[in-house]
Design a protein. Structure first.
Length: 444
């Protein structure tokens, strides 16, 4: 097919019913998988903690509550929940109602975010620096809110060359952002992007929007997730009628007594991992992939990426996966240092297959022509409403891995990875779709 003639391909196809390998092309070659690496993160995390696992986040009072007034700081202690205020999670409504039920109408102190249960939030190993400003490159921590992303709208000025105007959702009003975007000439293309430049602590908005053109909207990273969480919680408390006297701060920036000494006001338990996994797989949320991968970590707090990687490796080896069939450094697939052999992914898919189709794993995968990242693909073909597979997308990398029923109703598991193609991403996706549709059309 056009656009992928010079690419490196890795394909493995197996019949589940017959335990028969139907096709191999470079099945043992290590390749960059992009987001299909999330399949490994989810499968190993489920093995570690189970589908019913729930993250907990606690609100603690660093002082007495007297006549409805908390005489001290409100401390929020996180444990890695990625979904608060996001897809698969709840907003702050229950938190606020719990405080009001305790009669609290004022907090004299600060809102303090504590993220000590995990290592300090930072970009993953070998993430590209130009991913970091985008919401897809939002960093993960013990406290996360609204997927650590926010919306920026860029409106052109009255004449070409004039500065643009930035507008944010209310929660981002105090986020440090530098606007370096300009108004473009009439009829020029609208092209704006965020940058978290090396060595800078502010988010830069660059590019241009043409005179008379529609405003451009982009999703960007919220930066330090702990500070972001505390700031938004403070704002929501005030908006709900609970006064807050102090500022919102990351506990790492100040000195406070141990949060364990503060009394618990409220404990929030997340939706089960099965619910969080659904948007993770359907929409390929990188932050959720990192959070779920960390569930592989064991040992003393704080949980680290290295601990999680060791737990993943231990589980994969126990499943019979070859030790030289993978090299993983993050849980989302966003790093080009992640490499997997097609046969490694095939082994994971075979292990996780549920013939009833009702497990969270099976229902979480995108369905061709129906939903998730496959909603617009394979429509009008034998793959539509048939192929259930995880996608992967990076520049010069596309991947597809999952399950398909043949024309005879035989279930196949397949992995198709393509790296370093010479054409467009659309051409690479079309080639992958052709592989899946060919399998859906297969008959013995």
């Amino acid at each position: 097919m056009p656009g992928v003639q010079r690419a490196t391909w890795g394909i493995a196809v197996q019949s589940l019913a017959r335990n028969e390998r139907l096709f191999d092309l470079n099945p043992r070659t290590l390749m960059v998988p992009a987001s299909v690496a999330k399949l490994v993160s989810v499968a190993t995390a489920v093995d570690a903690v189970g589908w019913d696992y729930r993250f907990t986040t606690t609100l603690r009072a660093a002082g007495p509550v007297e006549q409805g007034i908390l005489r001290g700081d409100l401390i929020v202690v996180g444990n890695g929940d990625p979904a608060i205020g996001g897809r698969g999670g709840d907003d702050f409504s229950m938190w606020i109602e719990a405080l009001k039920s305790d009669g609290i109408h004022r907090i004299d102190g600060r809102i303090i975010g504590v993220d000590d249960s995990y290592e300090e939030p930072r970009p993953g190993f070998a993430w590209s620096w130009d991913d970091l400003g985008y919401s897809t490159g939002s960093i993960f921590g013990a406290l996360n809110l609204a997927e650590n992303r926010l919306t920026v709208t860029v409106t052109p000025g009255a004449v070409a060359g004039a500065p643009t105007t930035l507008a944010f959702n209310v929660d981002a009003q105090d986020l440090p952002i530098s606007n370096r975007s300009l108004t473009g000439a009439p009829g020029s293309a609208a092209l704006v992007w965020p940058e978290m430049r090396p060595g800078e602590t502010v988010l830069t908005i660059a590019g241009s929007v043409p005179v008379g053109g529609m405003p451009a909207t982009i999703l960007v990273s919220a930066g330090n997730p702990t500070a972001w969480f505390a700031r938004v919680l403070r704002r929501r408390l005030i908006a709900s009628g609970i006064e807050v006297g102090g500022a919102a701060v990351d506990a790492d920036e100040i000195s406070i007594p141990s949060p364990d000494d503060a009394s618990i006001l409220y404990t929030y338990r997340s939706h089960p991992l099965s619910d969080i996994t659904r948007p993770l797989l359907k929409e390929s949320i990188n932050l959720y992939g990192e959070a779920v991968q960390r569930l592989n970590a064991s040992g003393p707090s704080p949980r680290t990426n290295d601990q999680a990687l060791e737990g993943m490796k231990r589980r994969l080896l126990s499943w019979g996966v070859a030790a030289d069939g993978f090299q993983l450094v993050v849980g989302s697939g966003l790093s080009r240092r992640d490499v997997l052999a097609p046969e490694t992914l095939l082994s994971v898919l075979v292990r996780m297959y549920d013939p009833t189709g009702m497990s969270p794993w099976m229902t979480g995968l995108p369905i061709a022509g129906i939903d998730g990242t496959l909603a617009a693909r394979m429509k009008g073909t034998p793959g539509e409403n048939n192929v259930r597979a995880k996608t992967g997308t990076m520049s010069n990398v596309r991947s597809l891995a999952g399950y398909v029923k043949t024309r005879d109703g035989e279930t196949l598991v397949f992995v198709a990875l393509v790296n370093n193609f010479e054409g467009t991403g659309a051409q690479a996706n079309a080639a992958l779709d052709a592989v899946a549709v060919r399998l859906a059309s297969f008959t013995r």
